[in-house]
Ligand binder design. Sequence first.
Ligand SMILES: Cc1cc2nc3c(=O)[nH]c(=O)nc-3n(C[C@H](O)[C@H](O)[C@H](O)COP(=O)(O)OP(=O)(O)OC[C@H]3O[C@@H](n4cnc5c(N)ncnc54)[C@H](O)[C@@H]3O)c2cc1C
Length: 290
Amino acid sequence: MTALDNYVAPTSLEQAVVQLQELGEVTILAGGTDLMPQSHAGRVKFKRTLMNIRRIPELRGIVREGDEIRIGALTTISEMMAHPLVREHLPLLVSAGDHFASDQIRNAGTVGGNICNASPAGDTLVPLMVLGASVELASKPDDKLFRRSMPLPEFFVGPGKTRIAPAELLTAVRVPIPPQGFVARFHKFGTRPALDISAISIGVGGVLKDGKFSQVRVAFGAVAPTPVCGCATEEALEGKKLDAATIAAAAKAAQDEVHPISDVRASAWYRKEMIHNMTKRILEDVSANH
Ligand SMILES: Cc1cc2nc3c(=O)[nH]c(=O)nc-3n(C[C@H](O)[C@H](O)[C@H](O)COP(=O)(O)OP(=O)(O)OC[C@H]3O[C@@H](n4cnc5c(N)ncnc54)[C@H](O)[C@@H]3O)c2cc1C
């Protein structure tokens, strides 16, 4: 672990973004479930200042704002799964939480930390992409608080790399409330059914009306340096009836459009096979149950 020069624990968003701007070299600590193991393993070096953001009330809470649900960055995975607004409008995130680590990690790990850690296998990322989420960022470059938002897919640059600026804090993720008739599925596959990092993950969502699937969103995890859109798969599904021919074409499109690597979790060949088979299985399940 790197020795620290400074530790700060701001108690408001305003204080945090001023300190980020003034101190420059800052490592942000939320639940610490990624940061601490990575630091112990020597994969991450702390910067001069460690900023504990857990005392900032503005980063907490889940609220409805118009047609969106705003999930504060410090929301833990357990809080997300239990929240009535999430359970009513965004059950896909509950399903993602069900696949996520153990209770201990779910109680400490935050949604903001999962996003900022930017692992291609992060379990909230694929479902949030399927739901059309955006991140909300805050900074204070001069005397005014500056906020911006960015669609989630644009936020990721590579493993552990995002478009967040050094003096910025991720304050929340905003998720549009899905339209009537929206159905979605998330599936994660690893070598063990629980407590495992994904070898692949898939999210599929869309509106099923009169037997046709529209407004389709597909995303894949752990098959590229970032979570990725399944754009060709979406095209194969958009406006179609979910019959055997459409499902076969979509599964083939999914297999063809991912270009995974081989690593300790799975070979590239196996990942492509799993993407094919799991896409097919998810779509058959959607078709059979709606
Ligand atoms: C045993 C174990 C099992 C795990 N299993 C899973 C799993 O099944 N699925 C999964 O997806 N992950 C898993 N993880 C990883 C981890 O728990 C999650 O990614 C978690 O959501 C990280 O949140 P955190 O609050 O602990 O982040 P931290 O560790 O506190 O931070 C992670 C990174 O994000 C930055 N950061 C955090 N919050 C902000 C913010 N608001 N603004 C700007 N930067 C910020 C930090 O500086 C750091 O770089 C596991 C970890 C462990 C140790």
